[in-house]
Design a protein around this ligand. Structure first.
Ligand SMILES: [Zn+2]
Length: 180
């Protein structure tokens, strides 16, 4: 029998052929309920920090920063791009839930590194439709972080926008570099 692919060997086994991975995740969450103790946390993040980051599965924000439940907002999307929806979330985070500092995190090896037209073509080939939005491709991750910071620094909707700081996380080394 051929060896299982590397990633398949890491994945949680599907326990029943009729079930999906989501069923297994739901079952795990149901077991967690019996040991849940964080029901009295207030909604405003205790550290008053909001983190905007790429959705890449290799970056665990809570482990990277030693965060616990109730300490920070973590807003993630493909690339860690400050889209209108990220701005919507940050505005609510600051105006109603009292966060003030913002960290923006993009990373090496991001799937968005490349050219917008190429990325659009790949998406269109896979789905059969033209994406309705800009996908946010970039060729230089540090330049991209600087571009996102400009948007944050200039936004009239943010209370702490000027203090936003940007970082590149290296998925190959685990190193976090600030982009000045
Ligand atoms: Zn990414």
């Amino acid at each position: 029998m051929a060896a299982a692919p590397y990633f398949a060997s890491l994945a949680r086994p599907v326990s029943d052929i009729q079930k999906t991975r989501v069923d297994d995740l739901v079952a795990y969450a149901q077991r967690q309920e019996s040991v849940f103790t964080a029901g009295d946390l207030p909604a405003p993040p205790a550290l008053a920090v909001a983190i905007v980051a790429c959705m890449d599965s290799r970056i665990d924000m809570f482990r990277l920063f030693g965060l616990h439940l109730g300490e920070a907002h973590v807003i993630r999307n493909a690339g860690g791009i400050v889209t209108d929806d990220v701005m919507r979330s940050l505005t609510l985070s600051q105006a109603l839930l009292d966060t003030r500092e913002i960290m923006l995190i993009q990373h090496t090896g991001c799937g968005l590194i490349g050219h917008e037209d190429d990325l659009r073509q790949r998406v269109a080939d896979a789905t059969g439709t033209e994406p309705a939005w800009e996908l946010g491709a970039f060729t230089d991750v540090e330049a991209s972080v600087r571009r996102q910071l400009e948007v944050l620094h200039e936004s009239p909707h943010l209370i702490g926008g000027k203090s936003a700081r940007g970082f590149v996380y290296e998925v190959e080394t685990g190193r976090l570099r600030e982009v000045g």
